[in-house]
Design a protein around this ligand. Structure first.
Ligand code: V55
Ligand code: FE
Length: 483
């Protein structure tokens, strides 16, 4: 077996496949004693080269990582998520599943089996550690050993075969809001929306049809409303049957925001319209009466054409693919079909929006983002991703803190940890994995949000290269112990 010499299997993205246990990571600086809990993160890490001879990052097998913090010490553990896919392919010692989200490219022996890779996000809800991939059910994993229990349908309460990797939470009630799209089969327009209470009991369920089938990666929930963004990254069943790509960018389509009361019904959804846009992630949203403000990292077009070619076969103007902090405002008292408003708050590239989760669904003042800033030599250091993290103040609409790294390093998405239960919004730490392209190893930085520019208060050194992981979450110690 040999991974082909291709960009997706090279450089930082060369598969690592290392399941490790490291007690006591090496550290510089002072690890804050008030950091007690676990940082979980997940990344696509291909066990085998894809049978099609080609692949995209998003198709790798989920590798779960856990950093355990206590008393100024940090231990590390990583394990593959043992999905049905991983188990079948390991048994065969080769790839059986084909292209990203196209089962028509699979080996016949896995026909009808789960294609879930559990590689996008990991959260704790109702005492269960859940790993997500948006085209499959959740996977339940042991929060301590990282052993995989298997796919989890919430005790039979969630029938959708797909579930977003970006559930939302109400921090006052502990409710989890989630949805699946393409929920009645490949390329279907159906969306299933669920609210589960703090104990994991189903509280609300709605099924509805979107105006067209699209990649709905993230959504937002406010105190009173839920918003489903439908943007023109589209799919088509005939194309899939012909072995084509799941997603193409269709710039002829409009963006729709489907707004519904939080516990509403399908007939209450109103669709508000705007120009073609591409967003993966939102900070948060809140409502003032019927007026909803949602903040995200929005581009005028989907990421470069090599990932998402155009339905028209046109090359993309790369300036249109720059994601910027953008506010969408929509009034639910307006009629269905009316326009939503858009305001770009910050013109420079930004991605991986974060807030202090303790204000989720309510008005947020601070956000954190990954950004690319200019080097000392004046050149834009966008060579390999994000080289800085910034703290953004939505009230003053400006950057109020920043840490930029030396050349040759890039960030993975950070997580925010409040300094304590009484800490003010946004006051605490950012934990951020850093890819060091000189050593080809990772550090984990602990940054103090009160003074990002001062640089890390502590740096943990890993003797490993960790492939880029999309998302993770911090779980405080007292919640890890929950049943
Ligand atoms: C994203 C990531 C995915 C995916 C679809 O960040 C969208 C966006 C890691 O997998 O399948
Ligand atoms: Fe995501």
């Amino acid at each position: 077996m040999r991974f082909p010499d291709q960009p997706i299997y090279s450089g930082w993205d060369a598969p690592s496949r290392v399941e490790a246990d490291i007690m006591e990571l090496e550290a510089d600086g002072e690890i804050p004693l008030d950091l007690r809990g676990r940082y979980y993160q997940v990344a696509p890490d291909s066990q085998f080269p894809n049978r099609t001879g080609d692949d995209v990052m998003f198709n790798g097998d989920g590798m779960l990582r856990m950093f355990t913090f206590a008393d100024g010490h940090v231990d590390y553990r990583s394990r593959f998520v043992h999905t049905e896919k991983l188990k079948l392919e390991r048994a065969a010692r080769r790839s059986l599943y084909g292209a990203y989200r196209n089962p028509y490219t699979d080996h016949h022996s896995v026909s009808g089996r789960s294609r879930g890779t559990a590689n996008t996000n990991v959260v704790l809800h109702a005492g269960k550690l859940l790993v997500f991939k948006e085209d499959a059910r959740a996977t339940w994993v042991d929060a301590e050993t990282l052993e995989t229990h298997g796919e989890w349908d919430f005790d039979g309460q969630v029938s959708s075969p797909t579930l977003t990797a970006h559930p939302r939470f109400d921090p006052t009630t502990g409710e989890m809001f989630t949805f699946g799209y393409e929920a009645k089969g490949l390329a279907s327009r159906d969306v299933a929306y669920y609210v589960l209470d703090v104990h994991g009991k189903l509280k609300h369920e709605v099924w509805f049809e979107a105006p067209y089938t699209s990649l709905i990666h993230d959504f937002v929930v406010t105190d009173d409303y839920v918003v489903f963004p439908v943007e023109p990254t589209t799919t088509d069943l005939d194309r899939l049957k012909a072995g084509g790509r799941h997603w193409l960018w269709d710039p002829t389509k409009e963006t729709y925001l489907g707004v519904m009361p939080r516990y509403g019904t399908a007939d209450q959804i109103r669709w508000y319209r705007g120009p073609a846009r591409s967003t993966y992630h939102y900070f948060n949203a809140y409502n003032e009466g019927t007026v909803i403000h949602m903040d995200g990292c929005v581009a005028e077009a989907q990421t470069a054409s090599f990932m998402y070619p155009d339905t028209l076969g046109e090359e993309r103007d790369l300036t249109m693919t720059v994601r910027r902090i953008t506010r969408w405002t929509v009034d639910y008292s307006a009629e269905d079909g009316k326009a939503f408003e858009e305001r770009v708050l910050k013109p420079e590239f930004a991605e991986f929006p974060l807030i202090d989760d303790r204000v989720e669904t309510f008005r947020h003042r601070y956000g954190f983002i990954g950004a690319r800033v200019l080097n000392d030599d004046g050149g834009e250091q966008n060579f390999r991703g994000l080289n800085s993290v910034q703290r953004y103040d939505f009230q003053e609409q400006r950057v109020v803190g920043q840490y930029g790294m030396p050349m040759g390093r890039s960030f993975q998405e950070p997580v925010f940890v409040p300094r304590g239960d009484d800490a003010t919004e946004g006051d605490g730490y950012l934990l951020a994995l850093v890819n060091d392209w000189d050593t080809m190893l990772n550090d984990l930085l602990i940054l103090d949000t009160a003074n990002l520019a001062a640089g890390p208060v502590a740096t943990l050194h890993l003797p490993l290269r960790l492939r880029g992981g999309p998302h993770g979450s911090w779980v405080p110690e007292h919640l890890v112990q929950a049943p």
